[in-house]
Design a protein around this ligand. Structure first.
Ligand SMILES: Nc1ncnc2c1ncn2[C@@H]1O[C@H](COP(=O)(O)OP(=O)(O)O)[C@@H](O)[C@H]1O
Ligand SMILES: [Mg+2]
Length: 255
């Protein structure tokens, strides 16, 4: 998004407005969330009574071992699945109250998702992959191409615009996927093990890019990982084990 500074009236600062701490609203609220899976006659709780909020503009990491319920949780934060009980409220919308097409609209307007395995369309170039969410929003072709070229360039891919995914390295493919997630300027970016398929160098590179774009675009970032180095990039770290929150810690290094 290009902000024209000329059109922004600067509010004069007085003593009160300086001392006032601006409290960002919660963009994600999770209340008493439980998710059950059934196997024949048996039921298994993948998430048990989860409670937490995420503020607009925050960068939260969720860390836990394999099988702890991270993907199950993220699928609910992205409105891909519904709670068995409890609430997930995305930017004021309780997902229990929305039908499937409303959930799809909520996802398209408010959420960008980055997957472990990139999930790019192999027959489409980098530009075409990143264009897709804008096509769904009926953005005209000229504007689409401008925005996509700009975003891919900001992510260091200006020489790769027309490359098919298979000609790109893992790190480059994930950067295309990040561009696709960011292109509609959603309030919320969710990542499920976004570095899980990458080597150490690409992991650092992808985390740097996510961190940089988070700072530039002021979106809300929630990353699920089992890698402590990746989790350490967050401002707050939620530890999850066996479907329960073990701890929530402020990451002092980041604040
Ligand atoms: N669709 C499903 N049906 C039944 N059980 C599932 C399903 N998805 C996940 N599980 C189970 O729920 C638990 C948590 O899985 P998951 O959320 O994928 O964990 P993580 O992402 O932390 O590895 C695991 O025991 C897994 O086997
Ligand atoms: Mg998982």
């Amino acid at each position: 998004m290009v902000i024209n500074l000329k059109n922004i009236k600067m509010k004069s600062l007085d003593k009160d407005s300086i001392s006032d701490h601006i409290e960002e609203p919660n963009v994600i609220e999770v209340k008493n969330l439980t998710k059950m899976y059934s196997y024949g006659d048996n039921e298994f709780a993948a998430l048990k009574n989860i409670n937490f909020n995420v503020k607009l503009g925050e960068f939260v990491s969720i860390i836990g071992p394999s099988g702890s319920g991270k993907t199950t949780l993220l699928n609910m934060l992205s409105a891909m699945d519904r709670p068995t009980s409890g609430q997930v409220i995305i930017d004021g919308n309780d997902i229990n109250m929305l039908n499937n097409s409303q959930l799809a609209e909520l996802r398209n307007l408010k959420i960008g998702f980055v997957f472990q395995s990139f999930n790019l369309i192999n027959t489409m170039s980098a530009v075409e992959n990143v264009e897709l969410p804008l096509m769904i929003q009926n953005v005209p072709r000229k504007e689409r191409l401008e925005r996509v070229t700009d975003m891919l360039s900001r992510l260091g891919l200006s020489k790769r615009l027309n490359s098919l995914p298979q000609l790109l390295s893992g790190g480059q493919q994930q950067r295309v996927a990040i561009a696709r997630a960011l292109i509609t300027n959603p309030k919320i970016i969710l990542g499920d093990e976004p570095t899980g398929n990458l080597n150490t160098e690409d992991t650092e590179n992808v985390m740097e890019i996510l961190d940089k774009m988070h700072k530039e675009l002021h979106n809300t970032l929630v990353i699920v990982t089992h890698n402590p180095d990746v989790a350490d990039k967050g401002e707050r770290i939620i530890n999850i084990k066996d479907g329960e929150i073990e701890s929530i810690k402020e990451n002092k290094k980041k604040v």
